[in-house]
Write a protein of this length. Structure first.
Length: 181
């Protein structure tokens, strides 16, 4: 994508023409709004504030939809766009900050820590046993082992008491051990 270089005056001219019913101006302005939005959210992705690239597309679409619904009442486009970009990101961030994406990449683990095949079999068996537990128990174990989080961090993410998280974690480990024996 080329660097977006459009003046506030040009944006406002396109907005006025769009309000008057000029479909080409609306189309050009819509493309510009989408490009600016995508660029903004992509920068958040590069800053690691947005992890999933699909979220960049979703947020861009949200801003575009807000524009399409409100363009007739917008008076100062640049201010409106800055505000909507910022608020869209903040709402998304607040909604998603408690979600932790933990992905287990077994090939990396095998490279870092070469172990015997019997231990690998035990690990995969343990994982299959873990999958039979409640989502809450799975999340605690995964956050502790693969997310490398402290009990206090897990408790905060799950809106639970730290002591309750510890207790559930150790009980779950004992249950896994019993099922493996």
């Amino acid at each position: 994508m080329d660097y977006l270089n459009i003046s506030n005056k040009e944006l406002n001219q396109l907005l006025e023409k769009s309000k008057e019913g000029d479909s080409k101006a609306f189309s050009d302005l819509s493309k510009t709004i989408r490009d600016i939005s995508y660029s903004y959210f992509l920068s958040k992705h590069h800053q690691k504030r947005i992890i999933n690239i699909d979220d960049v597309e979703d947020l861009t679409n949200n801003v575009y939809l807000a524009f399409a619904e409100q363009f007739e009442i917008i008076t100062m486009l640049e201010n409106w766009l800055r505000r909507v970009l910022f608020l869209t990101f903040i709402r998304w961030y607040k909604r998603n900050k408690s979600k932790v994406s933990v992905e287990l990449n077994e090939s990396i683990i095998a490279e870092i820590n070469p172990v015997s095949e019997s231990v690998n079999i035990d690990a995969s068996t343990a994982l299959s046993v873990l999958e039979k537990f409640s989502e809450e128990k799975q999340e605690i174990v995964k956050l502790r082992f693969w997310g490398d989080l402290k009990f206090s961090e897990i408790a905060e993410k799950m809106n639970k008491n730290e002591a309750a998280v510890k207790k559930m974690f150790y009980r779950t480990l004992n249950e896994i051990k019993e099922k493996l024996d």
